[in-house]
Design a protein around this ligand. Structure first.
Ligand code: ATP
Length: 323
């Protein structure tokens, strides 16, 4: 292998830049020509490649987002799209690719692998819903942003005696909501993994009110059966608004783009570097992730079919501490 490329795909995650930098610098240290592919799989199909040297990835480790850009590319879901991408890569003389991204992106990586192109994945998504890594790049930063917001919201909720439904990202996965809820001292969490009964939730909030708490914070995952506004609406329609004044707020895109935490810079660096080492050593068709503090690799085929459950201890703890 002489020419190694890297791309970022799916939602941006803080720490992606550390991973890009690590792929490029590890590749350079091993004598590779290193390339960046811009705008994810769209750039692959369009042949939007550029040589990246050590200096091109200077001064990026502290930046959120991704210097390579990212995109959602429906064309890459087709066989023709994947074939065209491989022709583009081969045409540029590129013989290995590192894909930094989440579930969808690793499904795309697996499609390349199945058509015989050497590819290694790097586990990166703020949702933490990717099988093959206990924690993924971007999660820690997104959690810290959500926590800051929750801390602030608790102050304003207390001042006005309000119940606040705070919606956090996570797609179909409740990880961010669960962890932000526990670390933020929320009175309840609403997750996609557990069907919420609004009447029971309203009762719980009323109980908190009657015990004299000046606020109630409910962290709601965006993928839950009811979103934050939906819960408020339900309470209103079913005459369940008692005690507190109710409000909903959506954190949305502020959970992206933040300065990466130390943990995400280190995780991005470790995973990116290991992905480059793996592919250069001729080991491909795998995802590089991290479990119990150790680097692990998992076949992409397993990654795209596997499911990652929420950590059971935290799931149980959420109820115990929400008092
Ligand atoms: P995140 O969940 O953090 O946003 P992700 O990688 O899951 O990250 P997606 O939007 O699901 O983000 O996927 C990113 C891109 O991966 C898609 O735009 C598409 O180009 C490619 N992709 C998704 N699913 C497939 C598939 N089944 N086959 C080939 N490519 C796919």
């Amino acid at each position: 292998m002489k020419n190694l490329a890297v791309l970022t795909s799916g939602g941006d995650a803080s720490g992606m830049n550390a991973a890009i930098r690590a792929v490029v610098r590890t590749g350079q240290a091993r004598g590779m020509n290193t390339w960046g592919v811009f705008q994810g799989y769209s750039g692959l199909i369009e042949g939007n490649f550029k040589r990246l040297g050590t200096r091109d990835v200077s001064n990026i480790i502290q930046r959120g987002g991704t210097i390579l850009g990212s995109a959602r590319c429906p064309e890459f879901r087709t066989e023709e799209g994947v074939e065209l991408a491989i022709r583009r890569l081969r045409g540029a003389g590129i013989d290995g690719l590192v894909v930094i991204g989440g579930n969808g992106s690793q499904t795309g990586a697996n499609a390349l692998h199945k058509m015989g192109f050497p590819v290694v994945g790097v586990a990166s998504t703020i949702d933490n819903d990717l099988y093959g890594s206990e924690v993924t790049i971007g999660v820690d930063t997104a959690l810290n942003v959500a926590l800051n917001a929750i801390d602030n919201l608790k102050v304003t909720a207390s001042s006005h005696n309000r119940a606040l439904m705070v919606e956090v990202m996570g797609r179909k996965c409740g990880y961010l909501a669960l962890m932000a809820g526990i670390a933020g001292g929320a009175e309840a969490v609403v997750l996609p993994e557990i069907d919420v009964v609004p009447e029971q939730l309203a009762e719980r909030i009323q109980d908190v009110y009657e015990r004299g708490k000046p606020h109630a914070i409910v962290v709601v995952a965006e993928g839950a059966k009811y979103n934050a506004a939906g819960l408020c609406e339900y309470f209103e329609q079913h005459n369940l608004l008692r005690g507190y004044e109710f409000r909903s707020t959506v954190l949305g895109y502020v959970q992206r783009g933040a300065v990466p935490t130390c943990a995400d810079r280190l995780l991005g660096t470790r995973l990116g570097s290991e992905a480059a080492e793996q592919i250069i050593a001729g080991k491909h068709g795998v995802l590089v992730g991290c479990s119990h503090g150790e680097l692990i690799t998992t076949p992409l085929e397993e990654v795209v079919t596997g499911e990652k459950p929420l950590p059971p201890w935290f799931l149980k703890a959420a109820d115990m501490f929400a008092r």
